[in-house]
Design a binder for this molecule. Structure first.
Ligand SMILES: [Zn+2]
Length: 133
């Protein structure tokens, strides 16, 4: 059973116009607005089946963890979403981008010396250098 046309239109609007809204939030909004239970996985599946790709990165909520609290991580590169637009990049900011279309968003973490990338992206870009380090 497909989604009603108004719900499809609303999904497209939420998906493309608000790229930081998570699939979970989209599912909740659609469920409330249309009175039809919609799951996050239904939204992900719909987007995948229709070849819909998001620019930027959706900020899905972290899952509640059971059991022991996570150990604090030792110092190392932090995973951060690529959220820095080109015009906001400063001298010394990492130039790595995963964007293939407008708006191009860059890593923006501090570069390592004599490299255009931060440590994590230098490792991804130059695997031989990462192996020898
Ligand atoms: Zn980087």
């Amino acid at each position: 059973m497909g989604w009603p046309a108004p719900m499809v239109a609303r999904f497209h609007k939420l998906f493309f116009w608000t790229p930081t809204v998570s699939y979970t939030d989209i599912a909740e909004k659609l469920s409330k607005e249309f009175g039809i239970p919609v799951t996050k996985n239904a939204c992900v599946g719909y987007a995948n089946r229709n070849g819909m790709k998001r620019q930027g990165r959706a900020l899905d909520r972290p899952r509640a963890r059971k059991g022991r609290p996570a150990k604090p991580r030792l110092a190392g590169p932090q995973k951060v979403p690529h959220t820095t637009p080109l015009l906001d990049l400063a001298f010394g900011d990492c130039r790595w981008t995963d964007s293939n279309a407008h708006p191009f968003l860059f890593c923006g973490m501090p570069q390592i010396p004599s490299c255009s990338y931060c440590l994590e992206h230098a490792r991804r870009s130059y695997p031989a250098m990462a192996r020898s380090a």
